[in-house]
Write a protein that binds this ligand. Structure first.
Ligand SMILES: Nc1ncnc2c1ncn2[C@@H]1O[C@H](COP(=O)(O)OP(=O)(O)OP(=O)(O)O)[C@@H](O)[C@H]1O
Length: 614
């Protein structure tokens, strides 16, 4: 999220601007419902004022003039007013809740859909667990902003005005004296709102951080336990929890300061009015009905006035929330398709990297002019030290980031000029740590291609050597996988990911080979599955296994963001002083897969660069 915006203070009138934006984006659909809620709120206001109004007749007619003939009528009217108020309040509450829930759902959908369009850099900047907590906290603010405004304006403001009218009609002098509490009230509210604005933003930030940390601790529970990090994490969470608690207490104490202020001011007004009216009434013969009606109106006015005084406080909180939601919605998606961009047409599936320059952050280049060709239908293995830029190349081919220089082509078409959708549909990707989503094994394979039939899913699973173990699961293909597949072994997860890639049936296959220790049998099965997946596809594989490299049609050796050597296993090995030959010697000595260990490779003399352009 744009952190520079986080510190920005709300401009006066910004509440109105944000409400207007929310209303203009969503208002139309809700016009009829809001109108109905408005009518209910007006009825509530009118019946409230009427209850005060009728007090005059209650006192004057029933008690003073002793008109017993009117008792029944007046009682019935009072009953009717209360009943109407009850139903109107019920109606507005239900309608507003429905609109509110729908609004929350809409914003959740919108934010999620927008997030799915944002570039990977957004997710690098924003930790996922914290982001989820932040969205959930803030989305309610959008709802409250609209509903609070509507309730405040239609119910409380109208009630207050109606009651003020009753008061002025009953006794203009008393009304004026009661209104002197207005200015100090407004001053206090303004002072509190300024303090609350800053505190609310901090509150959302630290609460999101806390919820995010809790979620991350739960996700990484195996590591937490293995490294006995429990106490350490508990201590760090303890600090965050204390901060949130203190901040919440501070917010409560500041926002609740309004209550004693309003009560003292209201007490002054009511006591003053009673004293003044009492003194006046004791020496006069006029019936006390209007004074009673006035006092009733004054007492009834207290609630809406108190709520209205608080409204700015709650609007301020909601405004902070709404602004944080709009910060996400206003983050422009990266790697947008050019207007009218055509779809990729894959013929043979040749991939060319031409003089690629790229860095994740400003002046820290990661790739310095990488060029090579992954020939159609063949396997190209990329090897090299850790951090050499291998995974970055794959991310760039998927167009997760924009290049700083050079171009990548598929069958001669620059991938920055075609639609991302068509590019990514032509690629199947198996990452080093395959991610399994909530749902069944079948669902997880079907993510490869939504339209895949059950038969095709089983076929892909068989090719991926996954069918047998899937059948052995309690519910076969319909077994729910635990969070990120915790119920499956590493090798099983990988084979499901390979089945997912196979079912995609894409002409280009990108593999980031797993380095995690799989047992021999499991590794052999994964390898066999991969070998089958590679047949007839342009495969680019970040290779860690010797067998993959040896059998590859081409090997690209990366070093510090450049292509150091290029060739086949045979030609590269022939150059004994070369980087690849050195890697290979180390490997053979260790009897392991291809080792990405630069330190181990360093003592050997500088390798001869064979080729840097494909
Ligand atoms: N999201 C990122 N933001 C900033 N820098 C990054 C990011 N991802 C990778 N890098 C940096 O880019 C360089 C190349 O990383 P890359 O992951 O491509 O290396 P690799 O050759 O695939 O390494 P490994 O074999 O260890 O996976 C590294 O120096 C790394 O620190």
């Amino acid at each position: 999220m744009a952190s520079k915006n986080n510190k920005k203070r709300a401009e006066p009138g910004e509440i109105i601007a944000v409400i207007r934006r929310i209303a203009s984006e969503n208002g139309r659909e809700y016009v009829a419902q809001y109108a109905l809620a408005g009518i209910c709120l007006l009825l509530t206001a009118a019946t409230t004022a009427f209850t005060a109004w009728i007090m005059r007749d209650v006192i004057d007619k029933i008690f003073y003039e002793r008109r017993s003939d009117l008792v029944l009528g007046i009682s019935a009217v009072v009953f009717g007013a209360f009943a109407l108020r009850g139903f109107a309040s019920y109606g507005q509450a239900v309608i507003l809740a429905k609109i509110g829930n729908n609004l929350v759902a809409r914003y959740q959908r919108r934010v999620f859909a927008h997030m799915m369009r944002l570039g990977l850099d957004f997710f690098v900047e924003n930790r996922s667990a914290r982001l989820a907590a932040r969205i959930n906290q803030n989305v309610n603010g959008v709802r409250d902003l609209l509903n609070t405004t509507l309730t405040a304006v239609t119910r409380d403001a109208v009630s207050l005005i109606a009651l003020l009218v009753v008061m002025v009609i009953q006794d203009p002098v008393l009304s004026l004296s009661a209104l002197v509490i207005g200015p100090p009230l407004v001053l206090t509210v303004n002072m509190l709102v300024k303090r609350l604005r800053r505190m609310t933003r901090e509150q959302v930030d630290i609460t999101s951080r806390l919820l995010g940390s809790m979620q991350e601790a739960a996700q990484g529970i195996a590591v937490v336990k293995a490294f006995t990090m429990e106490d350490q994490l508990s201590r760090s969470l303890d600090k965050q929890i204390t901060r949130v608690e203190k901040r919440s207490n501070k917010i409560a104490s500041v926002s609740e300061r309004l209550t004693p202020v309003t009560d003292v001011l209201a007490g002054t007004a009511v006591a003053g009015v009673i004293a003044y009216a009492g003194l006046q009434f004791s020496g006069s013969a006029t019936p006390p009905g209007s004074v009673f009606a006035f006092i009733t109106a004054l007492l009834l006015a207290y609630d809406p006035a108190r709520r209205l005084a608080r409204v700015q406080v709650s609007l301020e909180k909601s405004l902070v929330n709404a602004r944080m939601i709009y910060e996400i919605l206003d983050t422009p998606p990266r790697q947008q398709d050019a207007p009218g961009a055509p779809a990729l047409r894959v013929d043979k599936g040749e991939v060319r990297f031409e003089n690629i320059r790229f860095g994740y952050v400003g002046d820290l280049p990661v790739l310095h002019g990488v060029s090579f060709t992954a020939e159609a239908g063949k396997t190209t293995a990329i090897v090299g030290a850790s951090g050499a830029g291998k995974s970055t190349l794959i991310a760039l081919l998927e167009r997760f980031y924009d290049l700083d220089g050079g171009r990548i082509t598929v069958d001669g078409q620059d991938i920055s000029t075609i639609t991302k959708q068509s590019l990514r549909s032509s690629i199947a990707y198996v990452s080093q740590q395959p991610y399994l989503f909530e749902g069944t094994i079948r669902d997880n394979i079907r993510y490869g291609r939504e339209t895949a039939t059950d038969g095709e899913i089983e076929e892909a699973a068989k090719l991926a050597n996954a069918h047998e173990f899937i059948e052995r699961q309690s519910q076969g293909y319909d077994t729910e996988v635990g969070e990120n597949g915790v119920t499956l072994s590493g090798g099983q997860r990988q084979r499901i990911a390979i089945a997912r890639a196979l079912v995609r049936d894409a002409p280009i296959l990108l593999l980031d080979e797993a380095t995690s220790a799989l047992d021999n049998e499991s590794e052999a099965r994964v390898q066999e599955a991969l070998d089958k997946a590679m047949v007839g596809r342009t495969t680019i594989v970040i290779a860690h296994r010797l067998s993959t490299v040896v059998n590859a049609d081409k090997i690209v050796v990366m070093e510090e963001g450049q292509v150091a050597e290029e060739g086949t296993h045979g030609t590269l090995l022939a150059d004994e002083r070369g980087l690849y030959a050195r890697f290979h010697r180390l490997q053979s000595a260790r009897g392991l897969g291809l080792v990405d260990d630069r330190k181990a490779a360093q003592p050997a003399p500088e390798p001869q660069r064979i080729a840097t352009h494909g």
